[in-house]
Design a protein around this ligand. Structure first.
Ligand SMILES: [Zn+2]
Ligand SMILES: [Zn+2]
Ligand SMILES: [Zn+2]
Ligand SMILES: [Zn+2]
Length: 156
């Protein structure tokens, strides 16, 4: 079965005093408030429809919730967790959003892929790296390349 990423609308409804109280899908208690939320074809206390990650009240944040693998999430957390970050500029495989990445300009890299693409030197925090023709280079290789180009612009 194909799992689809989905977003759902949240409605805020006022409770008619003469109707039988609805049960909350979050805490299973009856909703006796003046307002309730309707989402995923269920009813919720305003306090009970929360993002599983940051616990923000989804009725307030906007009128959309996102679900995946039985989690109810706000848009921000959903994208953070499940929206793909992009593909790695070094190995061109897709990077899942929950994975740590390195960024350089518009490029993203797996942590493991983020190394000088000429000499494979890894970078530590604070190390300088350079981006040239979309290659990550260490300072040495970058300066080497600049030198060569300076003397013979067509040699790479
Ligand atoms: Zn509740
Ligand atoms: Zn959240
Ligand atoms: Zn990679
Ligand atoms: Zn290098």
């Amino acid at each position: 079965m194909q799992q689809r990423d989905r977003s759902f609308g949240i409605q805020m409804l006022s409770v008619q005093p003469d109707t039988k109280p609805k049960g909350c899908a979050g805490c299973n208690r009856k909703i006796k408030d003046r307002y309730l939320l309707k989402a995923l074809d269920k009813f919720w206390h305003e306090d009970c429809l929360k993002c599983a990650c940051c616990e923000c009240r989804l009725g307030e944040v906007g009128s959309t919730l996102y679900t995946k693998a039985n989690l109810i999430l706000c848009r921000r957390d959903y994208l953070r967790l499940f929206g793909a970050t992009g593909s790695c500029a070094a190995c061109s495989k897709l990077i899942p959003a929950f994975e740590m990445v390195m960024r350089a300009k518009d490029n993203v890299y797996h942590l493991d892929c983020f190394a000088c693409q000429l000499c494979s030197q890894r970078f530590c925090v604070g190390d300088k790296f350079f981006l040239k023709n979309n290659l990550i280079l260490c300072q040495t290789d970058y300066e080497d390349g600049m030198m060569k180009e300076g003397y013979a612009p067509h040699v790479r």
